[in-house]
Design a protein around this ligand. Structure first.
Ligand code: 6PG
Length: 233
């Protein structure tokens, strides 16, 4: 299925999406390490990727060659349960022997502006990424790029305020940074995402549509998130 020019696979359920996402992430990691000696992966926040992260916690890989970044972070204390970095640690990263200096956490506890400034050189040094993993909100946002919010064209990292999804203050990679990747994988599961997927398919300029452009992106949906006429593959 094509979603406005983006390859889309509709899988049976969220577990199938998690398994395929984990498989594709491991494949991209092996390919990058073979080709360039390292794998630079941007993690998605939210709850959708956590099932894939839990599968990756049980996988074997050359973790010492993996360099992990976050696509966005919430301006909360590092140990807050709602932090994307804490969720990724608990589901995956605390269980694998990845050098902690290769897990590049956004210091969002410093506040949106200070954290964006601190993370900008980290991203500048990392791009192009090998794989960017993204989720999608029910309004078509991705990372912390929300509809109706102005996006700064120049920076790679930007502060976000008044986010409609709590907490209001966040830090996000910009489309400029997210698009500088060899591959991109967007995950959306559950009936709550179906309307946004349909709007995307209808060509609306949603934040996720502005980021997942070109031939390097793949969208993984479960049946519940796919517009009703879609067939699982
Ligand atoms: C965040 C995420 C956000 C998320 C979507 C989907 O910090 O909230 O970066 O972009 O990916 O809101 O969230 P769920 O996967 O929980 O539905």
């Amino acid at each position: 299925m094509q979603l406005t020019g983006v390859e889309t696979h509709v899988l049976a359920d969220a577990d199938a999406v998690a398994a395929e996402a984990a498989r594709l992430i491991l494949e991209a990691g092996a390919d990058a390490i073979t080709a360039r000696g390292a794998f630079r992966l941007v993690l998605a926040g939210g709850s959708t990727p956590l099932a894939a992260y839990r599968l990756l916690a049980q996988a074997q890989a050359h973790w010492s060659r993996w360099h992990l970044y976050h696509g966005d972070e919430r301006c909360l204390p590092p140990d807050a349960p709602e932090r994307n970095s804490r969720a990724a640690d608990e589901a995956w990263l605390a269980q694998i022997p990845i050098p902690r200096q290769q897990v590049h956490v956004i210091p969002a506890e410093q506040g949106a502006e200070a954290a964006s400034a601190a993370y900008e050189p980290v991203v500048a040094e990392a791009v192009p990424f090998d794989l960017v993993l993204l989720g999608m909100g029910e309004d078509g946002h991705t990372a912390s790029l929300f509809p109706g919010h102005e996006v700064c064209p120049g920076p790679l990292v930007m502060p976000v305020h008044d986010a409609p999804k709590p907490p209001p203050n966040r830090v996000s990679l910009t489309p400029s940074a997210l698009c500088r990747s060899r591959r991109m994988l967007v995950l959306a599961t559950g009936t709550g995402k179906q309307a946004a997927v349909a709007r995307w398919q209808a060509g609306e300029g949603l934040p996720v549509a502005r980021v997942a452009v070109g031939g390097n992106a793949l969208v993984l949906l479960d049946r519940a998130a796919a517009p009703t006429h879609s067939d699982a593959r």
